[in-house]
Design a protein around this ligand. Structure first.
Ligand SMILES: Nc1ncnc2c1ncn2[C@@H]1O[C@H](COP(=O)(O)OP(=O)(O)OP(=O)(O)O)[C@@H](O)[C@H]1O
Ligand SMILES: [Mg+2]
Ligand SMILES: [Zn+2]
Length: 455
């Protein structure tokens, strides 16, 4: 018997090497390389390779307007760039249990109502589990076919028989092709299965939606390695214990990646949130309150306005408490130190609590100035004007430093009706098409006087 050739593949990024090494030279992760059987390219997915696109001159190519199918969710359509493009492959990635199957099943129901035939491959669940979910979500249609199967060759057979318009794979980590011997979920399997699915999408003109799991530590083969292969990559994110969910596109061959979609998870499925600012600034008082500040943070590639609240009060502990939710603890300590040294706030006998509303985690320094102003205004019992948004990083010397994508942030504030933006002193000129008052402040002290009015 011929010796089976193996290779070592990084399960995080897909890097390949013939010998074992502890640290992946590509992505720097430790212990992520596992041994996989080498695949000869000769037996790779040949059955689906059909040469339908001969070489031609660019000037002779006729543009066919891509058909975009509405998904029944405006929030999803926007992220997709107007709808599902026929014959495209969309990857929906997200943490386990976040609601991927829920979103896709509801979307499937909406699509089927438009008379499209949809084949839903539930590789992780039984048909009756899917049926139970469908009942809870009130998905009821005659065009939705469910197939509980993990073998891709069987799935391809059914596709040829059923000829669906749309194919859903839930999930890519749990299907396998008999072409290669690696176990399902390994980098080679995921890559090979995606290759075959891509062929199905392009050659049979079937829209394919693929669900993929990601884990924070990245030890399991994540959809990261697929990102360059597919047409569109969407992430579904959120806190499992809170109801809001964010849909964000990381890559889109048919539209911009600047849009986010916001949903609310309720008992009978996902509800769209048409005005996300409402969600993130929920229950915000119309009248400004001391300690409440709106900041413009960057979530991925998109600017988001969120409210930061601070509570400062005389302590009853031997050493004062500092509690932060949604802001890094050490960052808060540093900001407090700057406020004490540069502004002269005496916080040594005060507890400081800082909270970001809406369950968002802020991990960028652009929120510094907002946090500082929240603490300072609460301490002095004054308010930051309620139509004012705060952007800027604070240095230890009390200077306000510039932040990335400042224009994007200001634009978001303007879009949501804010009248004033406090930003760092810029060296370059801003475009003059902003319809919002922009105040550039060099130092923390100037920021306070620029946006604070007496309560
Ligand atoms: N009976 C129920 N009533 C209300 N909400 C439910 C119910 N069952 C599940 N959910 C919600 O749906 C979420 C799971 O949704 P879903 O199965 O779509 O997630 P998923 O991302 O596909 O998970 P997995 O990684 O297991 O595939 C749960 O976290 C919960 O919030
Ligand atoms: Mg699922
Ligand atoms: Zn790697």
């Amino acid at each position: 018997m011929a010796k089976v050739k193996t290779k070592w593949v990084c399960q995080n990024c897909g890097y390949e090497t013939p010998k074992y090494i502890g640290k992946c030279p590509d992505c720097g992760s430790w212990g992520t390389l596992t041994e996989e059987v080498e695949v000869k390219s000769s037996n790779l997915s040949q059955s689906v390779i059909i040469d339908e696109s001969p070489v031609c001159l660019i000037n002779e190519i006729e543009i066919t307007e891509s058909i975009k199918l509405p998904t029944g969710f405006e929030e999803l359509d926007r992220v997709l760039g107007g709808g599902l493009v026929q014959g495209s492959l969309v990857l929906l990635a997200g943490d386990p249990g976040i609601g991927k199957s829920t979103l896709i099943l509801q979307t499937s129901g909406n699509i089927c109502k438009q008379g499209k035939k949809l084949l839903y491959i539930c590789a992780e669940e039984s048909g009756s589990q899917v049926k139970l979910r469908a009942q809870r979500l009130d998905v009821n249609t005659d065009n939705l076919y469910v197939y509980s199967q993990t073998n891709l060759e069987n799935i391809v057979n059914q596709i040829d028989i059923l000829k669906p318009d749309i194919l859903v794979i839930d999930s890519i980590q749990s299907i396998y092709t008999s072409n290669i011997t690696s176990s399902s979920g390994s980098v080679s399997q995921i890559r090979e299965c995606t290759n075959i699915l891509m062929d199905i999408a392009k050659n049979k003109n079937i829209t394919v939606i693929v669900i993929g799991h990601v884990t924070k530590d990245g030890n399991i083969a994540g959809p990261k390695i697929l990102e360059h292969m597919v047409d569109t990559v969407i992430y579904f994110e959120g806190d499992k214990y809170k109801s809001q969910r964010l849909l964000r596109s990381i890559k889109n061959r048919f539209g911009s990646t600047n849009e986010i979609g916001v949903f609310n998870m309720v008992e009978n499925g996902l509800e769209e949130v048409k005005n996300p600012s409402e969600l993130f600034m929920k229950e915000r008082n119309e009248n400004a309150t001391p300690g409440s500040v709106i900041i413009a943070t960057l979530e991925g590639t998109r600017a988001l306005l969120v409210e930061v609240q601070a509570l400062v009060g005389t302590t009853s502990y031997p050493s004062p408490r500092r509690v932060s939710t949604g802001v890094e603890y050490n960052r808060l300590l540093q900001i407090i130190a700057v406020l004490e040294k540069r502004i002269g706030l005496n916080l040594s006998k005060h507890d400081v609590y800082v909270n970001v509303i809406g369950g968002i985690e802020i991990d960028e320094p652009a929120a510094d100035l907002g946090i500082a102003l929240a603490v300072a205004t609460c301490y002095r019992d004054v308010v930051v004007d309620s139509d004012c948004v705060i952007i800027g990083e604070i240095s230890l010397s009390g200077e306000i430093r510039n932040v990335s994508n400042i224009e994007k942030r200001i634009y978001e504030a303007q879009k949501l009706g804010f009248k004033k933006a406090i930003i760092p002193k810029l060296t370059k000129k801003l475009p003059d098409n902003f319809d919002i008052q922009i105040i550039q402040v060099p130092r923390l002290m100037d920021a306070i006087s620029a946006c604070v009015s007496k309560k």
